[in-house]
Structures are given as C-alpha cells and as structure tokens.
Ligand binder design. Structure first.
Ligand SMILES: [Mg+2]
Length: 431
C-alpha cells in the first residue's frame, strides 16, 4: 500500500477507562474487587456495565435484569443502581488530568478521550505513564490504544484491553506489515469504530468479514455501495488520517430531560411535579451551556409495551415571546403545554421536557416589551439559584411546582452514595 508519507506523521492516542461505572463503584467499596458486579440502567431495568467477572459469567450488555435472575442468585452477582453523580464527577477528574498529558484532547464520551500523541518519541512509554498516573491519582484503571489514525487508535485500544501481554497499552505501529495483517485477519469487522451491527451484516453479505477484509477493500467502491464514511474508514485502517481531533464541541441543538416513572402516574398533580422538575433540570443545563431557549416541548406517554392498558401519547410545544434561560418562565411554559395535552384516565409511564431552538445567550434580541430591569432581576435570581444548589447540594432551592412527594421518582434501590459530590455522602476514612 502506497500513500503520502506526510499522512503518517500524525499519532493518536485513545484512552478508555476499563468497565468505567464498575471501577467507580469499586473505588469506594474495595470489597467489590474481583467479584462479579453489574450496574443497572435508570429504574434498575437493564445491565449497562459489567465487571470482567460478570462478563466471564456470560452476562450480556443491555439485557434486562429479570432475565438473568437465576444467574445473579447462583453466582451472587452484585447489582447496583446507576450513580451518575459519581460517574460524571470522576469522569471530569479523569479528563482534567488527561488534558495535561497532551497538547490536544477530544473528550469523546464519559470514559474515553482522544489525545494528540504526535511528537512523543516513545508513545508506548507515554501511554504507560498515563496509565500509572490515572491509577495513582484517581484509582481508576485505563487502557491506551495508539495509532496513525483515530480508527486505528480505537482498534489498538481494543487489543490493549483484550491481550494481557501488552499491559494495557498497545501501539499498532510497532507491528510489521505482516503482523498487522495477521492481527486484522483475527478481528471481526463489527469491532471497527463506527461499523454498527446493521452495517456489518451488509458488509458480511459481500464477503467482508474481518478488519483486514475491509482494509483491503476498494475505497471508491465502498463509497459507491455504502457511504463516504465507510470509504474514510478504509483509508483510516490503512493508516491515512482522515478524521482530526475535534477539540471544540458543537453547542447543543436541543436539551432533553425525560425519565420513566418508578410506578404508573395517574393524576395531573403528580405529572405537574415531574414535568416541573424536568423543566428546571433542563433550564439548569441550558444556563450551564450559556444558551437561551425559544421553544419548550413537553411529552407524556403510557407504557407502549403494555397490551392490556389503553394507550395515550401526546406532545405539544410552546413558543416563548422572547428566548430565555429563566427556570420560572420555562416551567410556566411547560405547565401550560402539559395542561393542553393531559387526558385523565390513563396510566402514564413517562414524561419529558425538550428545549428546542437554542441560541447563545449573548445573541439574544431584546424585545420591546421585556423591560431591561426585569431581565436583570431574572438573571440575578437564576444566579442565586445555581450558586446555592452548586454549593449546598442539588435541589436545595427549587420551585414549589416541583413538589416534594416525588411518587413518580424512578426506582434505584441499590444506589451507592454520591461520595464525591455531596457533603453528606463523603466517605469516612478510619485510621
Ligand atoms: Mg470504557
């Protein structure tokens, strides 16, 4: 394979935390080490994270908990509710440390980021340093994959996790061309970054089963048959970097806050509380992004899987006279939509608030009828609200409309404390 030498000068590292949610839980409960542990989705429904021991027992990702009840009992698998406050906080700490270990960083998900490794004379060594520092400073295990393109860095990370002999850091460039081909021959095409299940089925149909098959496919033909994305993947697998680090994340186009309820909700009062809570949560995210919203959408729905219950599912929206980030204005808008779409006599299972038509706060046009002093009052109130809740804990200050009884709250019976984000939940060290 010939290509421009300049393409090979870039080096990418992909740092990925191992079994992230489970590792976060183990940090504060070392007794969970070496035990099979799983973390459940909202409402304790499905498996969203597994320890290696749980993987070895055959627990599949995404499977509903009730389907593996026997296995859980037989092997004493520890089941935990998800503790997103803890995961988000530890994620931020990991990303902060990693940002100091390379000149450029792209945070890709809660537990992964790409780093620019160009210019490090011994990339594997640098990867090992990263592993040690994250382990020492934060107590979390990570693996590092290194390659001349993002797709190959991802693939290297997969190898680093699977093959013990690399001690958690693998650089595909250290293999000879024959060794690379042999390795790629061994890995199925669906392990490649961006090749999902559907696409890999279609690739299988034309005889492309392994990573090597796709690397050696004709890029132009791949574009014709599939898409330009698949063509780019072929080139990236050949070591030509087509995707650069995306350091600046695009501002969000919408903010969604929606949950399934812990049990069915019938009354409009309970729905009001839930929708008001979601609206206020969404408004908080909006302010953190420095955006204003123009359209507030609300939806409510019954359990669409239930065959015995009558079904109802509606959504509606409200356009604000002037874009805002004020919790009170947003909640009022959400309430008026809710009253429009609510119908009694149904068992509601889920509701949500979607903030749409977002724009940066500074580009907002003042309306003739929104007096300046009223805007600054609202701004001051929101600042006090956010500052109080940040300092003293989530929901220290909230709107009365959000209510206190929270019968609609989701089930999370096995949730560990918010060890790192709430004063009351700080772990106690005994000397
Ligand atoms: Mg991970």
């Amino acid at each position: 394979m010939k290509s421009d030498a300049a393409c090979f000068t870039k080096v990418f590292g992909l740092v990925d935390c191992n079994n992230f949610y489970v590792s976060c839980e183990r940090l504060f409960k070392p007794s969970l080490e070496e035990k099979p542990v799983v973390v459940l989705s909202n409402n304790d429904g499905c498996i969203v994270a597994r320890s290696n021991e749980a993987k070895d027992l055959g627990v599949r990702m995404g499977i509903p908990l009730f389907k593996i009840g026997d296995l859980v009992r037989r092997h004493k698998i520890v089941t935990l509710s998800s503790n997103y406050a803890l995961y988000a906080d530890l994620s931020e700490r990991v990303m902060n440390v990693l940002s100091t270990m390379s000149p450029h960083q792209e945070v890709y998900s809660i537990d992964e980021c790409f780093l620019d490794f160009s210019g490090f004379s011994d990339a594997t060594n640098h990867g090992q340093d990263i592993r040690e520092i994250i382990k020492q400073w934060l107590g979390l295990p990570v693996c590092v994959g290194i390659g001349p393109s993002k797709t190959l860095a991802k693939l290297s990370n997969f190898i680093a996790k699977k093959r013990q002999q690399y001690s958690g850091v693998f650089d595909i460039r250290t293999l000879s061309e024959q060794e690379q081909s042999a390795l790629m021959q061994d890995i199925l095409v669906d392990e490649i970054w961006g090749i999902g299940r559907k696409l890999s089925e279609r690739l299988n149909n034309i005889g492309i089963r392994t990573v090597k098959d796709l690397r050696d496919a004709d890029p132009e033909q791949m574009q014709e048959r599939f898409s330009v994305v698949v063509k780019r993947t072929v080139l990236e697998l050949r070591g030509m970097s087509c995707l650069s680090l995306e350091e600046i994340t695009e501002p969000r186009k919408q903010i969604i806050c929606s949950r399934s309820f812990g049990s069915y909700v019938h009354s409009v009062n309970d729905l009001e509380e839930a929708v008001a809570s979601y609206a206020s949560r969404a408004a908080e995210k909006l302010r953190r992004d420095g955006s204003h919203v123009a359209v507030v959408q609300v939806f409510i729905q019954t359990n669409t899987f239930s065959k015995s219950q009558p079904q109802y599912c509606r959504q509606g929206s409200y356009r604000l006279t002037s874009p805002t980030d004020d919790t009170i204005a947003i909640t009022k808008a959400a309430m008026s939509v809710l009253h429009e779409i609510y119908k009694s006599g149904y068992a509601y299972q889920k509701a949500g608030v979607v903030l749409m038509d977002l724009a940066p706060a500074q580009s907002q046009q003042l309306q003739i009828f929104s007096p300046v002093e009223k805007i600054s009052k609202s701004q001051r109130l929101m600042q006090v609200l956010d500052a109080t809740n940040a300092a003293m804990g989530h929901k220290t200050l909230y709107l009365a409309a959000e209510g206190r009884n929270e019968t609609w709250r989701i089930k999370s019976e096995h949730r560990t404390p918010a060890y790192t984000t709430c004063w009351d939940s700080l772990p106690i060290a005994k000397a």
